[in-house]
Design a binder for this molecule. Structure first.
Ligand SMILES: *Cc1c(COP(=O)(O)O)cnc(C)c1O
Length: 437
């Protein structure tokens, strides 16, 4: 891959230089954004292949009487003998990884990312104006769960549920809203929720009220498939996920559902929402799905959770205010305005910028009560990326110390530079294996 970058740089000096610079940035700073990761060399190689040249609108099978006929290609263009085999392989792997019984489920590997996957699911089962329930953005929900700046918030009647005062899902409140509004669909899952989600309880609410349950497990899919989080199946009817977060694959989306919903989902993705699938991305997704079935990935997922718990305990002990009071998964949500012991900041935007000067890369995040989206009170941290490069229990003390120093001395440029130098030196101790291109 080094050769590939050298070739690129000779061919196009400007883009080549920007690729090298970004790789160096990723190699030298502490990547704590919980939705980011380092993909493997194999995943990156699969992305950079001839499959990027191929149009493959349609599916590698035809639907007839509600079942998939794999004997017949459902593509619109010719030249599909290999794309068909590749997509079927990716689907088989997705079903094997994500379902308790692959024969009862269907997978669509074509969504271009997580947001289009969610929109496809909503458009498959809802008409404009229909009601669905989703978690509010300032309580950890995703934009695509019905926020009013997103298409899901203005095409549909999105009723937003909130967390309780302890920043926990309030199942009785969700039940009450579902009974009151009779939604066609309930979407659960989050982008900034540090606790476990009970898919079993949400499934019960959906069945009681006649709604479909969609579990968007973009952040936690790797924990669900390794036993570190409750699995959404069989409680959910449909699962959506991204493949580039904890799963360490290419930037893409994936939908897995109970078989009866398969035909509607396929139609919604194509021709409903998208054109040709990105076959090179599907190749890389197949590689990532295989990697996620390995014993190494299970060890990885366990270490992600251990690292996050250790980091959260250390930060809490020093005075950081943790939303939810603890971490059960891979992420921490800090209320940095409400933190104590000299760790309180002006706002999350300001602090995340100061941390960046120190080589700590995180993201600002809204917390309940925030009114200015650009200046929220929270910062979100996660351990998927630092665990991929090899950080273990003992390394979390260092990470916590840098975070604490960069917060206490956020206005001291010399101290931030010292932290940055220490981080760069520390990062140099880990193998460069994940930093390919
Ligand atoms: C990241 C995320 C998405 C959207 O994924 P994109 O690939 O950025 O479109 C959707 N839902 C949840 C819960 C997410 O965390």
């Amino acid at each position: 891959m080094e050769n590939a970058v050298r070739y690129l740089t000779k061919y196009d000096q400007e883009v080549g230089a920007l690729v090298s610079a970004e790789t160096q940035r990723q190699r030298r700073t502490l990547s704590l954004i919980p939705s980011e990761n380092y993909s493997s060399k194999a995943v990156q190689l699969a992305l950079a292949t001839s499959y990027t040249n191929k149009y493959a609108e349609g599916y590698p099978y035809l639907w007839s009487n509600g079942s998939r006929e794999e004997q017949q290609s459902g593509r619109y263009y010719r030249g599909q003998e290999h794309t068909n085999e590749l997509e079927l392989l990716a689907i088989r792997r997705a079903l094997q990884l994500f379902t308790p019984n692959p024969g009862d489920y269907h997978a669509n590997v074509q969504p271009l990312s997580g947001a289009p996957a969610n929109l496809a699911v909503l458009s498959a089962f809802l008409k404009p104006g229909d009601t669905f329930l989703g978690l509010a953005l300032d309580y950890g929900g995703h934009l695509t769960h019905g926020h009013n700046v997103n298409i899901t918030g203005h095409y549909y009647n999105a009723v937003q549920y909130r967390l309780n005062e302890s920043y926990e899902l309030d199942y009785e409140e969700i039940r009450r809203l579902a009974k009151q509004h009779s939604p066609k669909l309930i979407i659960c899952g989050a982008t900034a929720y540090p606790l476990q989600i009970s898919f079993r309880q949400l499934g019960a609410i959906a069945r009681e009220t006649g709604a479909l349950l969609v579990a968007d497990i973009a952040h936690i899919c790797g924990l669900c498939v390794t036993g570190y989080h409750e699995h959404p199946f069989p409680h959910a009817d449909i699962v959506t996920t991204t493949t580039h977060k904890i799963l360490r694959g290419p930037r893409a989306g994936l939908i897995v559902c109970k078989k009866p919903y398969g035909a509607a989902i396929d139609r919604a993705v194509f021709p409903g929402l998208q054109g040709g699938p990105h076959m090179n991305t599907i190749a890389a997704m197949a590689v990532a799905l295989k990697e996620a079935m390995s014993p190494d990935y299970k060890l990885y997922a366990g270490q992600v959770v251990r690292n996050a718990k250790l980091l959260s305990e250390m930060l809490k002990a020093e005075g950081f205010k943790l939303m939810g009071g603890r971490t059960d998964n891979h992420l921490l949500l800090l209320d940095v305005v409400g933190s104590a012991n000299g760790l309180s900041a002006k706002n999350g935007n300001w602090l995340a910028k100061r941390w960046e000067t120190a080589g700590i890369v995180a993201n600002k995040n809204a917390i309940p009560g925030d009114t200015k989206p650009w200046y929220p009170s929270g910062v979100r941290l996660g351990t998927p990326a630092i665990t991929t490069i090899g950080m273990k229990d003992q390394d979390m003390a260092n990470v916590a110390e840098w975070i604490i120093r960069a917060t206490r001395h956020a206005e001291n440029e010399a101290e931030l530079q010292r932290v940055r130098d220490e981080i760069e030196q520390f990062m140099g101790r880990f193998p460069s294996e994940p930093f390919y291109v």
